[in-house]
Design a protein. Structure first.
Length: 228
């Protein structure tokens, strides 16, 4: 059986912009912080250059200098606290996500989250929506050395699930996230909440979807054929 037709044994989801359509609120919080610091940053700049990276990777590049641990922690929490305040009233899963995850579990497909989001943001989404128990594993940025586009976090998720990366399907909304999953050796679906279909395809996504309500027939068969 060719790799393009082989069954997929696990699905790894990015969280922000993928499981939840919240990147507009992240972008707003980053632009506000940059403005306060006297810097110029647009939402498009952030989505293209930084989405998927860890805060400790973003802030030194944004400011153009090294930061002490204390300054980095203070600025990161200022941004994340602002984001949570903005997004909390709008908290909900992206279209079709819960039904899709439930289907995967019923088909005995392992599911994980691989996210650069800090703990407070993971708690807002996963615990705020009561969905943490749906996932076999949640891998956070603190568990890997490098953020996306390095493949570390997707490799860690595959290892945690006990599945080879080549048997994993990743869902990502960010250009750097797609690159990360592809570098890990996973097949990738790009979700168009932040980046365009063209940008996601150029980054390496094999399939492009707006949400989780319908899958291409090829993915349906590779994920659910054995459960049929």
């Amino acid at each position: 059986m060719t790799s393009s037709m082989a069954p997929l044994r696990a699905v790894v989801f990015d969280m922000d912009g993928t499981l939840v359509d919240n990147m507009g609120f992240h972008n707003e919080a980053w632009v506000a912080l940059a403005r306060k610091l006297g810097l110029s940053l647009t939402a498009e700049d952030f989505q293209t250059r930084f989405a998927g990276r860890k805060n400790e990777e973003i802030l030194p590049v944004l400011l153009g200098r090294a930061l002490s641990h204390e300054e980095l922690a203070r600025l990161a929490e200022e941004k994340e606290s602002h984001y949570r305040t903005l997004y909390r009233p709008h908290l909900k899963l992206h279209h079709g996500a819960e039904a899709f995850i439930t289907r995967l579990r019923e088909a005995r497909v392992s599911v994980a989250v691989a996210t650069a989001a800090p703990q407070g943001n993971r708690e807002l989404v996963l615990d705020g929506l009561g969905i943490r128990s749906l996932f076999h594993r949640v891998v956070g940025a603190e568990e890997v050395t490098r953020g996306k586009p390095a493949p570390d976090i997707f490799l860690a998720a595959a290892k945690a699930l006990g599945v080879e990366p080549s048997a994993c399907l990743a869902f990502e909304d960010a250009i750097l996230g797609v690159i990360s999953a592809r570098e890990a050796g996973m097949s990738v679906v790009g979700i168009t909440t932040g980046a365009s279909a063209e940008q996601l395809r150029d980054a390496g996504a094999q399939w492009i979807l707006p949400d989780f309500t319908a899958l291409p027939p090829e993915l349906e068969s590779r994920l659910f054929a054995m459960a049929a």
